[in-house]
Structure formats: C-alpha cells, structure tokens
Design a protein. Structure first.
Length: 112
C-alpha cells in the first residue's frame, strides 16, 4: 500500500510515460508537477516504487531518470474510502431508533 505522496507521484508518472517502453524524466519535471516534494524526496520515492515493482528504473543520475511504469503500476487503484462521519451517524441513529421502537413495543405488550 502506498502513501498519498507516492500515489500522486505514480499518477504523474503514468501520465508522463508511454504505456510501453522507457522514457527519460528530469527531476525538474517531477518537482514542477508535484511541487511539495524535493528532488531528493523524488529520488527516494522513485527507488521505493521500483523496489515495490510499480516502476522499472534503468538509470538514475544527474537529475534524470530513465524509467518505465510496469503493469502493476498502471493497475494501481486509489484506496477504498472509509464511510464519512455523516454516514456513521446515520447508522447510529437508525440503530437507536430500532432499539427505541422495540422498547416501546415491549412496554405496550406488557401493559396489555
């Protein structure tokens, strides 16, 4: 599982790189499209993606990277989102209403 910064970088690489084959990408191009990471962080994240099998790095040097996005990287989907707080509150209210209805029904049956 990848963190948000790494997923964003992988998404940028998918847009830059052709579907098959290698391409040369400069560090400036990466930091321009993902402004919140430095060149050093980009190199670290590229090595991480390579180690996990998302991309293939042929060479790294001089601020340029020769890479290809592997099929595993192309298939990467965003993580499933957790239910929002509003949805959880709705579930809680529904459960409380069901409990209250059962309680009132039990009281009514006990009185008759």
């Amino acid at each position: 599982m990848l963190d948000t910064r790494t997923e964003n970088l992988l998404g940028i690489l998918k847009n830059i790189c052709p579907p098959q084959g290698y391409t040369v990408v400069s560090a400036d191009e990466i930091t321009e499209k993902v402004p919140y990471i430095t060149q050093k962080e980009a190199e670290m994240l590229l090595n991480l993606l390579s180690a996990q099998g998302y991309i293939s790095l042929k060479f790294v040097g001089g601020g340029e990277y020769c890479l290809a996005v592997l099929p595993k990287g192309r298939e990467q989907r965003p993580p499933a989102k957790k239910p929002k707080d509003g949805r959880m509150l709705g579930y809680l209210l529904c459960a409380l209403a069901a409990f209250a209805g059962a309680f009132v029904g039990g009281l009514a049956a006990g009185l008759l």
